[in-house]
Every structure is written in structure tokens, then in C-alpha cells.
Design a protein around this ligand. Structure first.
Ligand code: GDD
Ligand code: MN
Length: 399
């Protein structure tokens, strides 16, 4: 175990935040997330032995969420390694793969961090090349890419996964053209990044796409790429499930809506989509014989509920913990209905006082109440409450 790179007390105590700015200690911390990889880790360390320079300042930090004996296997294999090897086993595996990598990054204190998988799909001999490329070009982030001329995704099992991976790449690059400029493979899980280019507290990873998270939230100034061939798994099987696909879409939405303007646009789009359940409920209720005004009021609640669910999962995902869900749904519904009530007198006011025609007055009232409702929703439903809340948003309490 290392005493040089990761003070042992920090590893034992999950409350300790060991995220110092780079102390310029030099070297490389290899962060390897593991989930039940006992059949791979010994071979991985064996290959790293021939790839890495012996001894500090290079070291390996496994961030482990396994339910099998992976940590024990690592510790046994580490005895033969000339460089320090540490295992951070997480009892609370929050954030999955991305959460594990972010915890590793927060603890690393070397100039460079390299993130790689434990299943040997990422060739260990490329580790020095990634860092070397960064040093040579002055880049803050060096990505191992499957989409450069000499790279390939040979090990990505099946045409289905290749298509999904390609589609996800296009989607991400379409949504983040600037942040991902010069990164041909934003889905890659193999990259080197300078410690000082990452603000560990800024990372709120969700699922698999930690590189995307890092590129979008930390915006490293200069990036470079190195081609690589995505190998077959050495042993075991992928932990990537269909659920990860859903998480990826939520992750994209969370990243895209990080700025207030983007959040407001998202809020508007969700509001527009709410017409569908609203009209559907109206149709159902009136066909069931309900009087139309009562049906209008009820159907509107269907739209409100729809909007609430989408806004919660897509826009304010990381701000939900400040209030109980019943409190949030109540406040949200109150604001949505107040919006309706406010609109009619506002239209009357615009017509009477500003001399507007009904149509422009209605449009102006719609825009006004929309902006008001957006601002009120942010402030009254999703903003942390009072100074006490600051303590609750520390990264160590993130869930
Ligand atoms: N700590 C931790 N917690 N590690 C995890 C978890 C988790 O919940 N889930 C997976 N891992 C580890 C695995 O043990 C492995 O070392 C690595 O993360 C990658 O997991 P795989 O299950 O092998 O992922 P994959 O091969 O399907 O996907 C890889 O390639 C994709 C490119 O298509 C990953 O690198 C993805 O990030 C990458 O996008
Ligand atoms: Mn894999």
C-alpha cells in the first residue's frame, strides 16, 4: 500500500476530503474502478508492471464497489508490484462507475491522473503514451480514442453495442459541440488528465460517462488524443446494462441544463410537452361524461404532474434533496395553478392599460407568467434553504 500518494487515514475515513490542489508532486495516479473483477485484476497488475516505471511517483488506486473478493485479490497481487497500489472499497457505491472515478480523482495528488477499466479492454502499455502525449503537447486532457485512424472498437461485443456507442457519441457531440471539440471519442473510459485541470467538487457523475462529465463541467483548455484498439474483455462480463442507457440520457440532460438559460429553455420545452397529457386527460374525462369545466381543471393537473416528473428527473435532479418530495410536488402544483389564475387578469390588464389586441396580450401574458413561474419554481421549489443547506451540499454528502 502507498504512503506516498494516498495517506492511509484518508482511505479509511470516507468523511475526509483529500482533494488538494495539485501539490506538484509529479507522477501519475492510475485510477481503476472495479466491480467484481477478481478474474482480471491480477493479470492487469502484471501487465502494468511492464508498462509503468517502478516505484513512486507512479501508483495505482482501485476504487472498488465489488461484492466479490476483488479487494483481497488486488492486495495479494499488489505484493509483487514495485509501485504503490491502494484499494478504496466503498460501502456506499454512490454514482456507480462515474462516482467511483470521481472519488478516486478527489483523492489523487499527482500531476497526472489516468483513468482506465480493470478488464484489460484498455491496453496498459498505452498509459505512458497518454501521459507522454500530454507532456509533449501541453494538453490538459488526453483521450484514448477508438475513432482515430489507428484505433478501433474490436472488443465492443456485437453490432448492437457498436451502433449504440456510435449513436451516443453523435448525440453527445451534437449537444456539446464546443466542449467536445477535438474529442472524437467522448464515450471512452480511458484517458489522462492533469490534476490541476479537474475540479473534483464540480463533478456530479451519473453512471458510465465520466469523461463526458469531466470535459463538459471542467472544460480543460487543451485536449489531445491517442488512437487505441478496444480489446476483448480478459475475463468476466460487462456491467453495462440497458439501465445505463437510460442513465446516460438523464446524464446528458443534467449536463445540458447546467446553465440557467438552458434550464429555462428546458423548462419551456417540458411545459409544451405537457399539452399532450393535458389534452389526453381532457378527452378521457369528457368522454367519461364529466362536465367540461371540471374536466379542464382535472386534466390540467395531469399536465402539471407530467411536467413535475420530467422537470425533476431532467432539470433539477441534483437539487431535489433540499425538500421532501411531497413538499416539492405541492409547491410545484401551486405555482402551476397560480400561473393559470394570474394569466386572465394579466390579459385584461394588457388589453385595458396597454391597449393591446387580445392575441398579443395573451402571448405577452403567456411569456410573462412563464418567466415568473420558472423563476419561482427555481427559487421556491429547488433552491437550498438558508445557510444550513450549504453544509448539506458538500461533495462528501452527495447521494
Ligand atoms: N467501482 C465501480 N462501480 N466500478 C464499476 C462499476 C461500479 O458500479 N460498474 C462498472 N465498473 C468497472 C468495471 O469493473 C470495469 O473495470 C469498468 O468499470 C468498466 O466496466 P465494464 O462493465 O467493463 O464497461 P464496458 O466495457 O461495458 O464499457 C466500457 O467501455 C465503454 C466504451 O464503449 C467503459 O469504459 C465505458 O465507460 C465506455 O464508455
Ligand atoms: Mn469493459
Amino acid at each position: 500500500m502507498s504512503e506516498d500518494l494516498w495517506p492511509p487515514h484518508a482511505l479509511d475515513d470516507p468523511e475526509v476530503d483529500t482533494a488538494p490542489a495539485s501539490s506538484g508532486s509529479g507522477g501519475v495516479t492510475l485510477i481503476i474502478p472495479t466491480f467484481n473483477e477478481s478474474a482480471n485484476v491480477a493479470e492487469l497488475l502484471r501487465q502494468l508492471r511492464s508498462a509503468l516505471p517502478a516505484g513512486p511517483p507512479c501508483g495505482v488506486l482501485f476504487v472498488d464497489d465489488s461484492t466479490d473478493d476483488t479487494p483481497a485479490v488486488i492486495e495479494k497481487a499488489a505484493a509483487d508490484c514495485p509501485f504503490p497500489v491502494a484499494v478504496l472499497h466503498r460501502e456506499n457505491p454512490s454514482g456507480g462507475l462515474g462516482g467511483a472515478v470521481a472519488e478516486g480523482i478527489a483523492r489523487a495528488d499527482s500531476d497526472w491522473i489516468v483513468v482506465m477499466d480493470a478488464d484489460l479492454q484498455h491496453p496498459p502499455h498505452l498509459v505512458p503514451e497518454l501521459v507522454g502525449e500530454g507532456d509533449r503537447t501541453g494538453a490538459d486532457l488526453v483521450v484514448a480514442s477508438r475513432y482515430l485512424p489507428d484505433g478501433s472498437r474490436a472488443g465492443l461485443a456485437g453490432g448492437y453495442r457498436v451502433a449504440v456507442s456510435r449513436g451516443a457519441t453523435w448525440l453527445a457531440k451534437g449537444l456539446f459541440p464546443r466542449a467536445l471539440r477535438g474529442i472524437s471519442d467522448p464515450m471512452s473510459g480511458f484517458f489522462a488528465v492533469r490534476r490541476r485541470a479537474v475540479t473534483a467538487e464540480a463533478l456530479k457523475p451519473l453512471g458510465y460517462k465520466i469523461l463526458l462529465e469531466l470535459a463538459v463541467r471542467c472544460r480543460p483548455k487543451k485536449t489531445a488524443e491517442v488512437p487505441f484498439v478496444f480489446q476483448d474483455r480478459f475475463a468476466g462480463e460487462s456491467k453495462c446494462t440497458a439501465r445505463e442507457g437510460l442513465r446516460f440520457l438523464t446524464h446528458l440532460a443534467a449536463l445540458r441544463s447546467a446553465s440557467p438559460l438552458a434550464r429555462m429553455i428546458g423548462f419551456g420545452l417540458v411545459g409544451l410537452s405537457g399539452f399532450v397529457p393535458n389534452l389526453l386527460a381532457l378527452w378521457l374525462l369528457t368522454h367519461a361524461g364529466m362536465q367540461y369545466l371540471a374536466a379542464e381543471v382535472l386534466a390540467n393537473q395531469a399536465g402539471v404532474l407530467w411536467n413535475f416528473l420530467l422537470i425533476e428527473t431532467l432539470l433539477f435532479r441534483d437539487r431535489r434533496r433540499h425538500r421532501h418530495w411531497a413538499d416539492r410536488v405541492g409547491r410545484f402544483a401551486l405555482l402551476a395553478n397560480a400561473d393559470l389564475l394570474l394569466r386572465i387578469p394579466l390579459i385584461a390588464l394588457f388589453v385595458a392599460r396597454l391597449g393591446l389586441d387580445v392575441l398579443p396580450a395573451t402571448a405577452l401574458a403567456l411569456v410573462t407568467t412563464f418567466v415568473l413561474r420558472f423563476a419561482a419554481t427555481e427559487a421556491l421549489v429547488y433552491l437550498p434553504r438558508g445557510p444550513r443547506a450549504a453544509g448539506r451540499t458538500r461533495p462528501t454528502t452527495r447521494s
